[in-house]
Design a protein around this ligand. Structure first.
Ligand SMILES: [Zn+2]
Ligand SMILES: [Zn+2]
Length: 348
């Protein structure tokens, strides 16, 4: 079978490797589609100390496909099942799992990696906890959104966006757009802040009431405040970019007594500064959300089953497996990309 291998920054190649056979608790999936995640593009550019083992390493984790073989002891799935899964599963017994902080589990290994391939071996803990059957009528691309959507649903628990709450979502990549959808469908009033006409239009389709182009000379912060009562700022600001300057923007956009959700992870060694006066005397709540938990993965699967889930707004481009490097290079700004590009699907 063909499998994409990461050899080093900027060096991803397809290799012919033997089709693996599933061990105890594992399943072998024939991949129908794999979505290109922002993390994959970061990995392509600079490697990933946590996600990848030693190079050459298989990667890719947002997939759906059909089980072609099950390992010993697998009883909840059978050959022929269409499935999708998260990329990890918590161990259930470490320090953090005992405190229900499953996203911080110290034993998330073995992670699922290697979905850019004809076949994928799914690790036993994931099969046991975080894998789901995909209904026949659900498009494979939609099913493959399970993992990023689970992260988004966990993120939406910060500051509880709902009726009467004005939320600014800053950054309109696939994750930001799903945050817009999630917050708007819970009844919050969403101000979407991002770059370029296509992303702003996508944000409107996902339910944003207002969109603000952060490009050009207009002062986006003033524009956000102008949309809030007495220009006080938003109840909840969600950072979905992962840059320290955008973290600062999110803090500045929040009103007195408001909440900031730092959803976008910055590069290691990054720092943001906080005005202690605002934090204390204005009672700002600063919070963050990372990864997902089994409960959020289940909720994401339920949401994907809703007929109106707008996956087609998110997945805009498709490439054969041989051309995987194209979207990775586009997302790394090494190649020009269609301004309408939001998320790519790779089809083996
Ligand atoms: Zn992902
Ligand atoms: Zn654990």
């Amino acid at each position: 079978m063909r499998q994409a291998l990461f050899h080093g920054p900027g060096d991803v190649r397809l290799a012919e490797v033997p089709v693996p056979s599933p061990g105890a608790g594992e399943v072998l999936v024939k991949v129908e589609v794999t979505l290109v995640c922002g993390t994959d593009a970061k990995t392509y550019r600079r490697g990933h100390p946590l996600l990848l083992a030693e190079a050459p390493a298989p990667f890719g984790h947002e997939y759906s496909g059909t089980i072609v073989e099950t390992g010993e002891g697998v009883s909840n799935f059978r050959v022929g099942d269409r499935v999708t899964s998260a990329n990890s599963a918590p161990c259930g017994h470490c320090f953090f799992c005992r405190r229900d902080q499953f996203s911080l589990c110290e034993h998330l290994q073995p992670l699922l990696n290697g979905a850019y391939a004809d076949y994928l071996l799914v690790p036993a803990p994931i099969v046991a906890t975080n894998m789901f059957r995909v209904p026949e009528d659900m498009p494979a691309e939609r099913a493959a959104l399970l993992e990023p959507l689970a992260c988004v649903l966990k993120g939406l628990e910060v500051g509880t966006p709902g009726p009467g709450v004005t939320v600014a979502i800053i950054g309109l990549g696939p994750i930001g757009l799903m945050l817009v959808y999630g917050a708007a469908s819970r009844g919050a009033r969403v101000i979407a802040v991002g770059r370029g006409r296509h992303k702003l239009e996508a944000a409107k389709r996902m339910g944003a009431e207002h969109v603000i182009d952060s490009d050009g000379s207009a002062d986006a912060l003033t524009a956000v405040r102008a949309l809030t009562e007495e220009e006080r700022g938003v109840d909840l600001a969600v950072e979905a970019v992962g840059l320290p300057e955008v973290w600062d923007f999110a803090i500045a956009a929040a009103r007195k007594g408001g909440t900031v959700n730092f959803f976008g992870g910055c590069e290691p060694g990054s720092f943001a500064t906080v005005d202690t006066y605002r934090l204390h005397y204005e009672e700002l709540t600063l919070a963050a959300a990372f990864h997902h938990t089994p409960r959020h993965v289940r909720l994401a699967m339920d949401l994907l089953k809703r007929p109106d889930f707008p996956h087609e707004v998110l997945i805009t481009h498709r490439y054969p497996l041989e051309e995987l490097v194209l979207p990775l290079r586009m997302m790394s700004n090494e190649l020009p990309r269609d301004p309408a590009f939001i998320k790519a699907a790779v089809v083996p």
